[in-house]
Design a protein around this ligand. Structure first.
Ligand SMILES: [Zn+2]
Length: 266
């Protein structure tokens, strides 16, 4: 049984010790899948400060954090981290009193320029290929998905409604996933193939019983179980840390293996 732990928001501001502290409960052979922001902003919306409150506005290039890059390269070679692309800057924009996440408010032409640029930047800095995309706030629509298809990337995240190109495969997947959701009351488990890209749901770590139920649904269907969190949250919220440790202990005891998320699409 494959289990992947996705951790979002690694960026210029991340210190290796922040990641080590968040995942101090893992075993030697486990792998954390880090979704990385290439040119991050310091604040999410105007009230979430993943990196602290005292940072000036602007875009911060991960290339400037060489300590982090060396750490990631080393850990990737050892198989202890996987690298995913997490947007470009993670910037939100306010529209009619609602905060829109990056993949929603940016224009098609901006996304076409920025997503490949961010991907190339990280790949060059880390000397590797990145094949999985994670949308900031798990919000995405067909504009960004078409860029991912051009880049032959797969998508990790929660799937919304009416946000994909409508074709036969979309309709088939739509019926399957919503049918499943209505009957089982949980997100569809397993990989959905949209032809030019694949998608795999990631479960929010919020409730022990529900997550164990979802784990067993994945196990019964022999598909990977992916959970996601944020290292900065694990380091500041005791409850969140306790919950992920409980889930981790459960799946390890059950014989699961913690694998790179990129491998789950193969
Ligand atoms: Zn994020």
């Amino acid at each position: 049984m494959k289990v992947a732990i996705r951790d979002d928001d690694t960026s210029y501001f991340t210190k290796p010790k922040d990641l080590q502290r968040a995942y101090d409960f893992l075993n030697e052979d486990d792998c954390v899948s880090l979704s990385v922001v290439p040119y991050t902003v310091p604040v999410h919306r105007d009230d979430v400060f993943p990196y602290g409150k005292e940072i000036g506005m602007g875009y911060y290039d991960i290339a400037e954090n060489t300590e982090l890059l060396e750490y990631l390269k080393k850990k990737y070679k050892q198989g202890k981290v996987d690298i995913l692309l997490h947007g470009y800057s993670h910037e939100y924009q306010l529209s009619e009193n609602k905060w829109l996440a990056e993949m929603k408010w940016k224009s098609s032409s901006q996304l076409k320029e920025e997503i490949p640029k961010g991907k190339r930047h990280l790949e060059k800095l880390l000397g590797m290929n990145i094949s999985v995309f994670v949308a900031p706030n798990n919000s995405i629509d067909k504009k960004a998905i078409s860029v991912l298809e051009d880049l032959q990337m797969n998508y990790s995240g929660i799937i919304g409604v009416r946000d994909r190109k409508v074709n036969l495969r979309y309709i088939y997947n739509f019926i399957i996933r919503w049918g499943f959701r209505i009957v089982k009351k949980v997100q569809y488990p397993g990989i959905m193939n949209y032809g030019k890209h694949k998608e795999l749901n990631a479960y929010t770590i919020d409730n022990y019983e529900r997550l164990i139920y979802e784990y067993h649904i994945c196990k019964a269907r022999k598909v990977p179980f992916v959970i996601y969190t944020h290292y900065w949250q694990l380091n500041t919220d005791e409850k969140a840390k306790k919950l992920i440790k409980q889930i981790y202990n459960y799946v390890i005891k059950d014989g699961a293996e913690i694998v790179p998320l990129s491998e789950c699409f193969k």
